[in-house]
Design a protein around this ligand. Structure first.
Ligand code: NAG
Ligand code: NAG
Ligand code: NAG
Ligand code: NAG
Ligand code: NAG
Ligand code: NAG
Ligand code: NAG
Ligand code: NAG
Length: 545
């Protein structure tokens, strides 16, 4: 697997690319410049070498460790898996409480009678959110979604049960997302029906009126796969991919950021019980060139609030050659697209055209900060009904992706900011479909761009499986990883495992440096003195024979 060029040989009428040469490094075409194939094999840490650093949890018969919630006040980790909720000690993931949460026999039977399999007719936890003293949980419950409010310190204690429809998917495979705001409103993006044809962005609970996206309107949402949701300032932002409605050249999927105002009250007469502030914009993650190569399909995101950056994993379509990329977006670039013109189609037979934004810098109708006496700018309902697709595309932080990887579909990522000797580094932890984590440098510096620091094998030899959930724990500098049949916790760094100066420096790990006084490989915190602590992050580390 190496850095490769995409050979573009022909251009079909609608600008669809025909990719002829996917991976030049694998095929070793002699005509290719050697520089294009210069990526060396990265260090790989075997499961055996990782074992002493790893804490592991599994429970007989339990699968799908896909939801994680951290309760820092009790030092506990709450885990949602198939038919179970677990409370674990955060320090060593040992079991504190196991709560079975399976569908009852009648619900299972009715699920199977509708043609679903035994496997599908289980309860897959898909929403697990801590909100103050309560834990909000939803599960697919054999295609009969249900939600329960529980006590954070005792997950078995159910305080309330509500319908899970429009909060949790029916089908465990469906891609949904949900979040509770600071004020207690639940925002969910999922499907509202058994067959999965009616997508919705829905607000409920809390003190605001329930609102949804326009029903059966493919211009709002068109076969979407929801990825994530964040509360940022006055808005709630959703990340998703969907079939592009503005592209009349065959079926193509675009990645999107959508947003609504948290103070949206819905319309009157027009857009009743419906968002009046819904807007969406396309995200661009591509390799530049005369004809850019697009990674159109967003798979997961990570929000770094300290820097207002959104990192995303993008892939090609499953029906084409598999390739992944990581792009990062500045929130200011997202805002810029939302402040720009809209794209609007007068009627289904006409083209989508750019039209000016009636309220650039729309702030949800709240008073502009710092301008007393400023005016309340509400969106008109007529505008809300026709203007929601932005004309401008959100461009990433760097022209080319921070990382590209052929022949692999990456799944989840988290990002840490690390203080090195010379500078701050962003380190990405990326989950693969093989049960490994790629620890990767994220930088715009060409000589270090996309360096794999190491690949960590979390599963024993002979086992593979996708990473289902990832959570970074800054409090004790570790990573919690949910897989299909287990949950593991690993430290972010293993500096003390490098026995010599050469090993320490050649790891090129920004967490680690050689302490000249102590003659040990340490973290910056463990160093005796900054002047005695050396690093040499000048190139990507290479695998030792
Ligand atoms: C795990 O940590 C808890 C406290 O955090 C402790 O009580 C328990 O003994 C530890 N278990 C193991 C197996 O180390
Ligand atoms: C947790 O809640 C359950 C159900 O309400 C109750 O039976 C149990 O005693 C509680 N456990 C603790 C430790 O409070
Ligand atoms: C959800 O997303 C995953 C990963 O992109 C994909 O493989 C899967 O097919 C999606 N689920 C559904 C029901 O389409
Ligand atoms: C996406 O970014 C590439 C690289 O900068 C650029 O060439 C292309 O025009 C952009 N595409 C869109 C739709 O903005
Ligand atoms: C994001 O944009 C803001 C405003 O344009 C800028 O000040 C900031 O440096 C940008 N962040 C990064 C990481 O480039
Ligand atoms: C508020 O709106 C009124 C009428 O549209 C206008 O005359 C006034 O200048 C506006 N005030 C501010 C501070 O923008
Ligand atoms: C740092 O690494 C480079 C190779 O990238 C090497 O040439 C150089 O000698 C190293 N410096 C130290 C102090 O180890
Ligand atoms: C990129 O990294 C190399 C190696 O550490 C360094 O020599 C160079 O100055 C860096 N370039 C920039 C633009 O920071």
């Amino acid at each position: 697997m190496g850095e490769s060029g995409w050979g573009v040989r022909s251009l079909s009428p609608c600008g669809l690319l025909l990719v002829v040469c996917a991976s030049v490094c694998l095929s070793q075409q002699p005509s290719m410049k050697p520089a294009e194939c210069s990526r060396k094999e990265h260090p790989v840490v075997s499961h055996q070498a990782l074992r002493p650093w790893m804490f592991e949890f599994s429970h007989p018969g339990v699968k799908d460790y896909s939801q994680l919630a951290v309760d820092l006040s009790r030092n506990q980790l709450i885990v949602g898996a198939r038919n179970f909720l677990f409370t674990l000690s955060l320090s060593n993931v040992s079991l504190i409480q196991a709560t079975e949460w399976a569908p009852d026999e009648d619900t299972k039977r009715s699920c199977q009678s509708k043609g679903k399999s035994e496997e599908e007719c289980q309860n897959y936890v898909r929403v697990l959110l801590i909100s103050g003293m309560t834990l909000f949980t939803c599960g697919t419950n054999a295609f009969t979604p249900v939600c329960m409010t529980r006590q954070v310190g005792n997950v078995s204690a159910v305080l309330d049960t509500v319908n899970g429809v429009a909060r949790c998917p029916y089908d465990p495979r469906h891609n949904s997302t949900a979040m509770v705001t600071e004020r207690g409103e639940l925002y969910a993006a999922t499907v509202i029906d058994f067959s999965g044809r009616d997508p919705v962005i829905y607000r409920s609970l809390g003190n605001m009126p329930p609102l949804r996206s326009a029903q059966y309107n493919s211009k709002w949402l068109n076969e979407p796969h929801f990825v994530s949701v964040y509360e940022i300032g006055r808005f709630t932002y959703f990340f998703l991919r969907e079939t592009a409605v503005e592209n009349d050249c065959g079926k193509v999927v675009f990645s999107r950021v959508a947003r609504v105002c948290k103070n949206d009250m819905g319309g009157r007469f027009l857009l009743e019980d419906t968002w009046t502030t819904f807007m969406k914009a396309r995200l661009n993650c591509s390799r530049s060139g005369e004809i850019p190569f697009y990674y159109n399909e967003l798979q997961s995101t990570f929000y770094l609030p300290e820097q207002d950056l959104i990192y995303g994993i993008f892939t090609t379509n499953v029906n084409s050659i598999s390739a992944s990329a990581v792009c990062a977006f500045n929130l200011s670039a997202v805002t810029q697209a939302f402040n720009g013109p809209f794209r609007y189609q007068e009627n289904p037979r006409t083209a989508w055209l750019s039209t000016p934004n009636p309220i650039p810098n729309f702030q949800c109708g709240t008073l502009e900060e710092g301008s007393p006496g400023g005016n309340l700018t509400e969106r008109s309902l007529q505008d809300a009904q026709r203007l929601y697709l932005m004309n401008d595309v959100v461009q990433p932080l760097t022209v080319n992706p921070l990382l590209t990887q052929d022949n692999l579909r990456l799944s989840k990522l988290v990002v840490d900011i690390v203080q090195g000797r010379e500078s701050l580094y962003h380190v990405m932890y990326i989950g693969t479909e093989y049960g490994t984590i790629l620890k990767t440098l994220s930088t715009s510096n060409k000589s270090l761009q996309g360096c794999y620091l190491e690949e960590l094998r979390l599963l024993p030899p002979g086992k593979i499986g996708p990473i289902k959930s990832l959570q970074i724990l800054h409090s004790d500098r570790s990573l919690i990883v949910g897989l299909d049949d287990r949950l593991v916790k690993i430290p972010l760094e293993r500096c003390s495992s490098y026995p010599s100066e050469v090993h320490c420096l050649e790891a090129r790990d920004p967490y680690c440096g050689w302490d000249l006084k102590q003659k040990r490989c340490t973290t910056i915190e463990g160093s005796s003195n900054m002047n005695q602590w050396t690093q040499n992050i000048t190139q990507c580390p290479v695998r030792k024979p």
